[in-house]
Design a protein around this ligand. Structure first.
Ligand code: GDP
Ligand code: MG
Length: 208
């Protein structure tokens, strides 16, 4: 059934998954998905592909909690994601874990600084994808919304916290494609198309 390999785009609602999907399609204008609309709380898996794209894109919600649904509902979605990945992990050649750079400090403070026995949900998601050997790139989206100073501060905090969970994050520019023990990250702006070329290149590299 899976003719084309799949690219996973995963992250909480409103982080920019649909915006990024649109940017990496060969024909962005033909993109039918909605930007800025949060999907229903059920997991709707609708692969997005275009005739001249060598892969299909599957957009999934992250492990996070949103204001709009109950904790129980979110747990249910998380379970569905787990079931989907367990069943289809072999179809995925690459995954983009999309984070909103503005939300990182809060998440790390909540889970890492204040309560050392919990794990930030983004890290839990990354470890989960790691277990299934799906190579990932962490996209720190919406960097157009922060100053350079704050961007560096947030990234340093993220790298330090990740180390605490044995996750070695390196900038995509310093990432060694043969060393799978490191996880690359890339600061990004879907709005300003910052690092779009680098993202497309990374996808091509993993597609090989
Ligand atoms: N400032 C800024 N806004 C963005 C960026 N990426 C997405 N957005 C906006 O964030 C909102 C949610 O984007 P969307 O792609 O629908 O997120 P999704 O729910 O993860 O699919 C929309 O209003 C987008 O225009 C970005 O890089 N910078
Ligand atoms: Mg979306």
């Amino acid at each position: 059934m899976s003719e084309k390999p799949s690219l996973l785009i995963i992250g909480n609602s409103n982080v920019g998954k649909s915006s990024i999907t649109k940017l990496i399609l060969p024909n962005p204008r033909a993109f039918k998905g909605k930007i800025g609309k949060s999907p229903g709380s059920t997991l709707l898996i609708k692969p997005i592909t275009q005739p001249n794209s060598p892969y299909k894109i599957i957009d999934l919600p992250g492990f996070g909690y949103s204001k709009h649904s109950s904790h129980r509902r979110e747990e249910h979605i998380k379970k569905q994601i787990v079931i989907h990945i367990e069943k289809h992990y072999e179809d995925y050649f690459f995954g983009l874990v999309v984070l909103n750079i503005l939300r990182i400090e809060d998440e790390i403070n909540k889970y890492f600084i204040k309560n050392k026995r919990t794990i930030p949900l983004s890290f839990e998601l990354i470890q989960f994808l790691n277990e299934f050997k799906i190579p990932i790139l962490i996209i720190l989206n919406k960097i157009d919304k922060v100053s350079n100073f704050d961007k560096n501060k947030i990234i340093n905090l993220l790298l330090r916290a990740a180390k605490g969970y044995n996750l070695n994050l390196v900038h995509l520019n310093n990432y060694d494609y043969k060393n799978s023990s490191e996880i690359p990250y890339l600061e990004f702006s879907a709005l300003k198309k910052i690092n779009l070329k680098e993202l497309k290149l990374a996808i091509q590299n993993f597609l090989k």
